[in-house]
Design a protein around this ligand. Structure first.
Ligand SMILES: [Fe+2]
Ligand SMILES: [Fe+2]
Ligand SMILES: [Fe+2]
Ligand SMILES: [Fe+2]
Length: 414
């Protein structure tokens, strides 16, 4: 049984992307819908290729939260905006099932006349994405999609053959009407299907790419998930409960997609007003997750800052409201923060960590039975963290290295 189904996955992706910047609301989904219709009109692509390109299009600006390029994108300035494209490419290459097509994202702002400068593996699909991305800017800027837009498009920027294909697509289908309609994303959601492994990969892609915003957060989600899993097993939860706990842990800080990087990265302690903004990540998580899937998973994810003594947030719930899974994640989240290096502190050793956890248990904030298990099985928990984190940390270092490298190579070309 799938714990998260196809349309639930797409809703989570949809809502997460929409929290990044309000000007980009639904951008990826509209672009994907247009691109999909063009591929169908073209007639030479398999169903699988169309599905995978739909996902590439949905996620094509996933690197944008890392940079300040959104302003440039919206101003029809499509050249020289590489940073989000490079991050998006690397996220898809290393963290998603779309590795093969990831280069489409890397080159999605390259004008047609510059295609000779690069070795572009899928030139036609890359141009298609470039073209439909441009079309959607009309809708973002709330301008009417011009009937004669195809005559206005420059042949230096866009491949005339694809402009003709777009024209045919728009004339033969009601695509423009659909994407301007309020719930157009549902149409796309009905068409896309995934296996369980792919669903887990896409959820992880979203969570890990958010952690990659800040070098202090890089391994936080995976560490928290690893600890939750170990604790859930030690507490003899059923397989299905462990699965739900794991998804709750993977999604617990998803609202940080809307937290400014300056706050996530701030060296030293946060001021009261910065702390308020930081705490809002839970409210953003609620926006993203509410109603998207199994409510048990949503509640595990969004209650990780609640405390047994009622002093947590956002609701100030208390002991009687909080389930074992929710309590486990609350402890795992703190354990993860204590065991890692943060902008304001070094990693703590066992004695310091257990001291803090027992202090919190004594104050009635977290569950003392779970803290006892952390104490008793400290080394197992730490070993599992290490095993689970090593591959992701190495991916992060690859991404950081390749990011600099690609920008340098492109800089030389430009
Ligand atoms: Fe872009
Ligand atoms: Fe875009
Ligand atoms: Fe959190
Ligand atoms: Fe967290």
């Amino acid at each position: 049984m799938k714990i998260i189904n196809d349309s639930e996955l797409l809703h989570i992706i949809h809502n997460t992307l929409n929290e990044i910047d309000e000007r980009l609301i639904d951008h990826g989904f509209r672009v994907a819908y247009l691109l999909r219709e063009m591929m169908i009109q073209d007639g030479s692509y398999s169903e699988e290729e169309i599905r995978d390109m739909s996902m590439v299009a949905i996620l094509h600006d996933i690197g944008a939260y890392k940079t300040d390029e959104i302003d440039a994108m919206l101003g029809f300035e499509s050249r020289h905006i590489w940073k989000h494209a490079v991050y998006g490419y690397l996220f898809l290459k290393y963290l998603s099932p779309l590795k093969q097509l990831s280069s489409v994202v890397l080159y999605h702002h390259v004008p047609f006349q510059d295609y000779g400068l690069y070795d572009i593996p899928y030139p036609k699909l890359t141009q298609m994405l470039h073209l439909v991305d441009h079309c959607d800017l009309y809708l973002i800027r709330k301008e009417k999609f011009p009937d004669d837009f195809h005559d206005r498009l420059s042949t230096e920027e866009y491949d005339p053959e694809l402009t003709a294909l777009l024209k045919k697509t728009v004339q033969k289908s009601n695509v423009v009407e659909v994407i301007t309609h309020e719930h157009h994303e549902n149409r796309l959601m009905e068409e896309l299907h995934f296996n369980e492994q792919e669903i887990l990969q896409y959820i992880s892609l979203i969570s890990y790419s958010i952690d990659f915003q800040s070098k202090h957060m890089v391994a936080h989600t995976i560490t928290t998930t690893s600890i939750s899993k170990t604790l859930g097993t030690l507490l003899k939860l059923s397989d299905i409960q462990i699965q739900k706990l794991m998804y709750g842990a993977l999604l617990h800080d998803i609202g940080k997609v809307a937290t400014p990087v300056s706050i996530l990265e701030k060296p030293g302690r946060l001021t009261a007003s910065e702390m308020k903004i930081m705490r809002e990540h839970v409210t953003h998580s609620i926006h993203i997750l509410k109603g998207t899937m199994d409510n048990e998973i949503v509640q595990i994810a969004v209650r990780h800052h609640e405390k047994l003594n009622g002093k947590g947030y956002p609701y100030g719930l208390s002991e009687k409201d909080l389930t074992l899974e929710q309590r486990i994640l609350a402890v795992a989240d703190i354990f993860s923060a204590l065991s890692g290096k943060r902008s304001y502190k070094e990693a703590f050793d066992k004695q310091q960590m257990m001291h803090i956890l027992y202090q919190m248990a004594d104050e009635g904030a977290i569950d003392s039975t779970i803290v006892d298990i952390c104490h008793e099985h400290f080394h197992t928990i730490m070993e599992n963290i290490e095993t689970d984190c090593i591959p992701l940390l190495s991916t992060y270092h690859h991404i950081e290295y390749e990011y600099e490298h690609i920008l340098q190579v492109i800089g030389k070309k430009g």
